[in-house]
Write a protein of this length. Sequence first.
Length: 213
Amino acid sequence: MLHIDLYTEITCPWCIIGHYRLDKVLAERFPDLAVNIRQHPVLLLPDAPAEGLYIPDLLRSRYGVTDPKAAFARPEAEARASGLDLDLSRQPWAYRTQAAHGLILAAQASGTGHALAVAISHAYFLEAKNISDADVLADIAAGHGFEREAARALALDPAQHRRVEEEAAQSAAAGVRSVPHFVFGGWIAIHGGRGEDEIATAVRQAASMPASA
């Protein structure tokens, strides 16, 4: 069993690309490899207002970007190169993600954390849904091992939000500065917009390491 630790933020475009590429590499190049993908939260906009932040304004104020389309060109091209139809103009809002991460953490116990993270990312980027809304999250989680009302209650639970914030702080303290951040087998780490070949190389190296190591 190869353990893969994946540190992501749902509203980060490189993270949906990282999810997609990891799943593609595992399915196409390592179909017989047993893996356990563990999701870890990273919070890029922990204090975003409930209504969200308008991404063109956010890009302008934080990064000085005046042409969002130009900023979107590279991640969109990278996504298309791997077969993911990503149009970042579909989703003009960035939302708080504590509730979404809280559900993903809860889903780890039943082994559905990674699948739920992918589903929430797709809902956000590909369907332009508000993934800070408890009802939206409950609808998604209902397909990944949760009773809908239990999922909604968890999405609204301040204690679960605090757990996410604590884990995100631990990730930052451990040196996770950019996302997506992958750790394969507990010892091979890569981060950022890595290509499929780089991900495959890391998987192959980690899978070949004796378990005792």
